[in-house]
Design a binder for this molecule. Structure first.
Ligand SMILES: *Cc1c(COP(=O)(O)O)cnc(C)c1O
Length: 552
């Protein structure tokens, strides 16, 4: 019989490793990091997610910059253990059987089971076996089916696995909100009883990113799963998964302070707090940095907050040597993959993320003449990032970036590495000198890749958005901001000012500081960047959740 749980964490994606493509991006990576820290801290947690046959797709970039996105084949049996339990839910009036796999995530203090729900079973009709095929694939009807599997199937599976006593059901994004309907059913439709045991994290700062379904479609697919008063709790005109999650939770938060504010303006009158994201310090630090921390930040493995106080103890030479080791790995990989001659002695800027318009991946290239003038052979740039396979606009962005690199090559070397995944993220955030991030303001909910960079002494050069408003505010010496502090101008003006400011920062601060003899100021910044992760780590994040959202 499983013991009581403090939290059952429901999430559409979990990014545990590159070879298990059950995630698409930051949301899944965060879920994995939080569960790792729960296991380190001994928090009694279980995670419920979906066994996607095809989550993120393998990107291949062709010579002309065009791309293909192929299914990544993986065999759950090689990574997960199949459990005998099954549950049944009703979708479009017919029974769908759901099986389950488990991944036992071990940490310093306990083990957190990650349960993967799976409809790809012989007893299901072919169309129902497909429900767990493609993460975020398919139309709205498919999305509703998938969310029924996660929410309703997930709660039933917890019962089938023997979990009765669960302090908090946590919804990581609105995808999981149907879990509240199953809890309502279990608790005789008493909203208050359900609300007492649910908490919700919203991740999406733009209205269009929230799941909203027309009621006629939702009724057709979800049928009796929807309670009679669904319009009261999920919106009068359409079924909003965010409203449902919020109205059935006693605690809701965004993922950074600014994102909390943006969420409150998207949903006026709702109580929305903020818990700023963090990263799992043991997962994202390079072996050389770990060795350095072991010597000069004793206790950091158990409690990463010690990085804050101890980061100034690193001897300059040794910190630099540890950094250069990570950089050598990255540069070797770049040269092996591209046939270029990148050098470990040249200032290296990395910019890697999912390619979507709000991340403004081309901001650095808005004025090519300025870029050439500023770089003059002193800079090498590495990009990576997948576009969505059905997003030709973003695929075009990648293609342009690849083609532009040829045009720029006498002034600044630019490469685009294919297939961004957690392994490549590690190489990049452990081996670059600068981590460049230029989201459109108020559009980056948090971002965690910049934290991975900090942890390894890689300096952020980033727009003031998401977590970096807090990180930069905490310690302006830990990196650089792009653009002014004020949010007073229009988005278009911001874009122009931010674009120009990148060149100014590079020309007058970043490049001179990097090449200045001894690099004293640079290395001091590296220490301060590492110190930031004394706060922006997943352990602090879990403690905050324990205090605010998971209290019993
Ligand atoms: C950390 C990580 C992300 C999230 O990073 P952002 O800062 O949101 O861009 C996305 N994908 C991978 C593979 C990661 O490792």
């Amino acid at each position: 019989m499983p013991s009581p749980l403090t939290v059952a964490y429901f999430t559409m994606e979990v990014g545990l490793k590159s070879s298990m493509p059950t995630f698409a991006g930051g949301l899944g990576i965060l879920a994995a990091d939080l569960m790792r820290s729960c296991a380190d801290l001994g928090v009694k947690a279980a995670c419920m997610t979906v066994c996607w046959q095809h989550g993120y797709l393998r990107q291949t970039i062709h010579h002309d910059g065009s791309q293909s996105y192929d299914d990544m084949h993986w065999n759950p049996e090689e990574h997960l253990k199949k459990l005998p339990q099954t549950v049944t839910i009703f979708v479009e009036g017919r029974p769908v059987t759901i099986g389950v796999w488990v991944y036992e995530l071990a940490g310093a203090k306990n083990m957190v089971p990650i349960y993967f729900l799976d409809t790809n079973l012989p007893e299901n009709k072919p169309e129902d076996r497909e429900i767990t095929h493609y993460l975020y694939g398919g139309d709205q009807a498919m999305r509703i089916r998938q969310e029924l599997v996660l929410g309703i199937g997930g709660v039933r599976m917890l019962r089938a696995l023997g979990y009765r006593d669960i302090g908090t059901y946590h919804m990581n994004e609105g995808h999981a909100a149907f879990l509240t309907l199953e809890l309502l059913r279990e608790r005789d439709w008493k909203d208050e009883d359900v609300r007492r045991s649910c908490a919700f994290t919203t991740h999406t700062p733009v209205q269009a990113g929230h799941d909203v379904f027309p009621y006629d479609l939702a009724s057709r697919i979800a049928g009796d799963n929807l309670p009679w008063h669904i319009r009261k709790i999920a919106g009068e005109d359409a079924l909003s998964m965010t409203l449902l999650a919020m109205h059935m939770s006693r605690y809701t938060c965004g993922v950074s302070r600014i994102h909390g504010e943006v969420s409150r303006s998207l949903f006026p009158g709702e109580m929305i707090d903020a818990v700023t994201n963090g990263i799992h310090h043991l997962t994202w630090s390079s072996p050389e940095m770990q060795a350095l921390f072991d010597r000069f930040s004793p206790g950091w493995r158990e409690d990463p907050s010690v990085l804050l106080e101890t980061c100034r103890n690193y001897p300059d030479e040794e910190l630099w040597t540890a950094h250069q080791a990570g950089k050598a790995r990255l540069i070797a990989e770049v040269n092996a993959r591209t046939g270029q001659k990148f050098s470990v002695d040249r200032l290296t800027i990395a910019s890697a993320r999912r390619i979507v318009p709000y991340k403004q991946p081309e901001l650095l290239y808005s004025n090519l003449e300025r870029l050439k003038e500023v770089c003059q052979g002193a800079v090498q740039i590495i990009h990576a990032g997948n576009a969505h396979p059905s997003d030709p606009f973003s695929q075009g962005v990648i293609q342009r970036m690849v083609q532009r690199s040829a045009e720029l090559k006498d002034f600044v070397e630019v490469v685009y590495l294919e297939n961004y995944n957690p392994d490549l993220a590690k190489l990049l955030t452990q081996g670059a000198d600068i981590w460049l991030n230029t989201p459109m303001r108020l559009h980056e909910a948090s971002g965690t890749s910049g934290m991975k960079a900090c942890l390894n002494g890689v300096l952020n050069l980033s727009t003031l958005d998401g977590w970096w408003i807090e990180g930069y505010g905490f310690d302006p010496e830990a990196g650089w901001r792009i653009g002014p502090l004020v949010q007073a101008v229009t988005p278009e003006e911001h874009r122009i000012v931010d674009a120009e400011d990148i060149y100014t920062q590079l020309q007058y601060e970043v490049i001179p500081e990097y090449y200045f003899a001894g690099r004293t100021r640079w290395i001091r910044r590296m220490k301060r960047a590492i110190g930031l992760i004394g706060f922006f780590n997943a352990q602090r994040c879990v403690r905050e959740y324990l205090e605010k959202a998971w209290e019993e």
